[in-house]
Design a protein around this ligand. Structure first.
Ligand code: NAP
Ligand code: GLV
Ligand code: GLV
Length: 331
């Protein structure tokens, strides 16, 4: 019998066509995402699903899909999936690490430049007809990125790639991470990055960039207390996950001028409602979670998901397995 795979959204490129040569593939083609009830209905009898970070892959959903053997997440972050529940049920879960690192680091830098040099404000200024004087000595003054101190929270793949880009900007790099890894060693040896405590990082950095995954430990990691430690006039850029930062505390700090500017690619709720007070502030640069959104990267992510799911369904341990332990629970 041909195994069935449900894909929760159309993916870029033509790789899903290739998947159809081997499996019966059902794709959710609507622009709005499927609800969990939709997923349960469409993925009945499926042995694999390809999921997005906006899908809530929880225990009840897995219980309703008894044939499920593999979940291939189309993202590196997988905080939307109950990994413990998947492992118990012998469901292999994979993600797409590495392939999106440079693209996401580029976007973090776009936010660093946009916040420090007021790019969104300046664009609006021109397009709204406010540009009436040719050149003003005090028009839209920002701060220098060159020579500033960059604080990286989470020196993993993306954190390292962001730090690497700072070399041309002659920056001092401070970082905070839990353990010593290949990335932290490379950051110290090749970029002269300095490991510090979170408190030291917050107190010294001009620009703080977040690159930790969302977990019970990192949820709310940057709240009122942490922001208060930051220097007046400093900047936060978040391309990790919204709930890592307390949005109310962020709003208060930008509003009062304690933070000069904030760059957000991620929000507590996505899509963030237009009523989110942060969106009323000119010095908040807001993006709709487009960190990995280049044509090449999104295409490669799709290829990776397809490889992962095909490996899992053919009885192999996929290259990008998250829960290796699940393989001992497979029936
Ligand atoms: P990664 O290589 O696993 O890096 C994460 C780093 O965070 C690791 O160095 C990890 O090191 C550190 N970390 C984890 N928990 C921590 C804690 N409690 N305190 C301090 N450090 C901690 O992951 P990545 O590929 O760089 O991706 C990072 C995250 O970026 C993803 O999880 C995802 O949420 C987000 N992301 C967003 C976009 C976007 O579109 N905006 C795109 C891609 C990724 P230790 O565990 O050793 O501490
Ligand atoms: C995107 O946010 C990802 O985790 O890949
Ligand atoms: C600005 O355009 C300058 O020439 O200084």
């Amino acid at each position: 019998m041909v195994e069935r795979i449900f894909v929760t959204r159309q993916l870029p490129g033509s790789i899903l066509e290739k998947l159809k040569e081997q499996y019966e593939v059902d794709i959710w083609t609507h622009e709005t995402p499927p609800t969990n009830a939709d997923i349960i209905k469409r993925a009945k009898n499926c042995s694999g699903i390809i999921t997005l970070l906006s899908d809530q892959i929880d225990r009840p959903l897995m219980e309703a899909l008894p044939e499920l053997k593999a979940i291939a997440q189309y993202a590196v972050g997988y905080d939307n999936i109950d990994i413990a529940a998947a492992t118990e049920r012998g469901i292999l879960v994979t993600n797409t690490p590495g392939v999106l690192t440079e693209t996401t680091a580029d976007l973090a830098w776009a936010l660093i430049m946009a916040t420090a040099r007021r790019i969104s404000e300046a664009d609006k200024y021109v397009k709204s007809g406010k540009w009436q004087v040719a050149w003003g000595p005090e028009m839209l003054l920002g701060v220098d990125v060159f020579g500033a101190t960059l604080g990286i929270i989470g020196m993993g793949r993306i954190g390292y790639a962001v730090a690497q880009r700072s070399v041309g900007f002659n920056m001092r790099i401070l970082y905070y991470s839990r353990t010593e890894t290949e990335s932290t060693r490379a950051a110290e040896e090749t970029l002269q990055a300095q490991r510090v405590t979170l408190k030291e990082l917050l107190g010294e950095a001009d620009i703080v960039s977040l690159h930790v995954p969302l977990s019970s430990e990192t949820r709310g990691m940057i709240s009122k207390k942490e922001i208060a430690i930051m220097k007046r006039g400093s900047i936060i850029v978040n391309t990790s996950r919204g709930p890592i930062v307390d949005e109310a505390a962020l709003y208060a700090a930008v509003k009062s001028g304690h933070l000069r500017a904030v760059g957000l690619d991620v929000f507590h709720d996505e899509p963030t409602p237009i009523t989110n007070p942060l969106l009323q502030l000119d010095t908040v640069v807001s993006l709709p979670h487009i960190g990995s959104a280049s044509i090449a990267t999104r295409t490669k992510m799709a290829e990776m998901c397809v490889d992962n799911i095909a490996q899992a369904l053919s009885g192999h341990i996929p290259k990008n397995i998250i829960n290796r332990d699940a393989s001992s629970n497979t029936s």
